[in-house]
Design a protein around this ligand. Structure first.
Ligand code: ZN
Length: 384
């Protein structure tokens, strides 16, 4: 999922949209209810890194309830049971309404802290040890939260999450592409003049069709000149040419989604040869209809071509998923056992911009989990 408040790219306008506008409700109910999972416990206990997940898009009903109670006039239910209903999307327009109503609940720095720390708690509960959270400063600055106060709030939450939960958070600031150059200017200013300590990368979300990647080249050049990594969304709802644009114009070091890469063998070979990671979000792709069905998801083709793939959740509560579920989906699509799942988790560490000591620690924790799990399982078998 891209930056909001505009609709998802695949439904951003009637001209952009595939034959039918995405319908998260229908699409998510089309997913298997019980993702297979003999490996559920293994995945739940697996230390994980997540690289493609959005800040507001991670607001769970629990967090929204807290914000709604704080701002009762906003008309959003403050009761978690009612919110579960509120989060059941009847159509795409409803999804956008809900998303925007969540954005509108974030009115001051305290709300930003509540959202960010709440998201960190949810990550911690899933066994996530490191995450690069995509934040869209423009959405909040544009609504009147001063940039400095916003930065202070997310940094407070980041430091608290590391101290209390052992979760290492880093930021990706993304341009909401649909808001054009003014949004890009604000985002660049946030990423340079106001750069918080945890910022590692610069991104681009929003609709792809009609929002050419190359127009943001000056912003990416300037962000990269300060040492930020380039991680635009590309090829989610458009073809491989957008991914080429992201690589050639924006210096992309990872590709957000990159779903259409498999349509261009030269591109796929290029991504594989350079080991440019792909941030794959299977359930999101189905929910937004970037991909029609899980059976048609290109993940296996990406892996077969030798690409470095990572698995991510994008906007988890909005798509009724979480990172553990995405690992289960990927394990199913790729027919992985515990060793394969652990290798997938290590891909995310490799592809991350985490400090080297965090990478080493997380890799060792993944290995430990696998060793403990396989030896315990062997022990179980031996006693049977
Ligand atoms: Zn996204």
């Amino acid at each position: 999922m891209p930056a909001m408040p505009e609709p998802h790219p695949s439904a951003a306008s009637s001209t952009d949209a595939p034959a039918a506008a995405p319908n998260p409700a229908r699409a998510t109910t089309a997913l298997p209810d019980a993702v297979p999972h003999r490996y559920e416990a293994f995945v739940a206990g697996l230390p994980k890194a997540e690289l493609h997940v959005h800040h507001v898009g991670s607001a769970s009903p629990r967090i929204v309830a807290e914000l709604a109670a704080r701002h009762p006039k906003a008309g959003v239910p403050a009761d978690e049971a009612k919110l579960a209903e509120y989060f059941t999307f009847t159509d795409f327009a409803h999804f956008i309404t809900v998303y925007l109503s969540v954005v509108d609940l974030i009115r001051d720095a305290e709300d930003v802290r509540t959202l960010t720390y709440g998201v960190a708690e949810n990550m911690h509960a899933q066994g996530i040890r490191y995450a690069e959270l995509t934040v869209t400063p423009y959405s909040h600055i544009h609504r009147g939260i001063p940039g400095e106060a916003f930065m202070e709030a997310i940094e407070d939450a980041r430091l608290a999450a590391e101290r209390d939960l052992g979760l290492v958070l880093r930021w990706c600031f993304d341009i909401s592409g649909e808001s054009g150059i003014p949004a890009a200017d604000v985002t660049l200013d946030a990423a340079t003049r106001l750069a918080p300590a945890g910022l590692v990368s610069f991104g681009l979300g929003g609709p792809e069709i009609g929002v050419g990647r190359p127009q943001f080249k000056p912003h990416f050049d300037a962000a990269r000149a300060t040492g930020l990594h380039s991680v635009p969304h590309a090829g989610e709802t458009t073809g491989p040419e957008t991914i080429w644009d992201a690589l050639n114009s924006l210096g992309a070091e990872r590709i957000g989604h990159g779903t259409s890469a498999t349509r261009d063998p030269d591109l796929l070979a290029h991504l594989a040869e350079r080991q440019i990671p792909l941030e794959v979000c299977p359930t999101s792709n189905i929910a937004t209809r970037a991909v029609a069905t899980l059976a048609e998801h290109p993940l296996a083709d990406m892996v077969a071509a030798g690409c470095l793939v990572t698995v991510n959740s994008d906007d988890p509560p909005m798509f009724a998923t979480d990172l553990n579920r995405e690992y289960a989906v990927a394990a199913d699509l790729l027919d992985l056992d515990e060793h394969g799942i652990a290798a997938l988790a290590k891909n995310a560490v490799t592809a991350s911009f985490a400090p080297e000591d965090v990478k080493a620690r997380l890799t060792a924790e993944i290995d430990d989990h696998l060793t403990t799990w396989t030896s315990t399982s062997a022990g179980d078998r031996a006693t049977r």
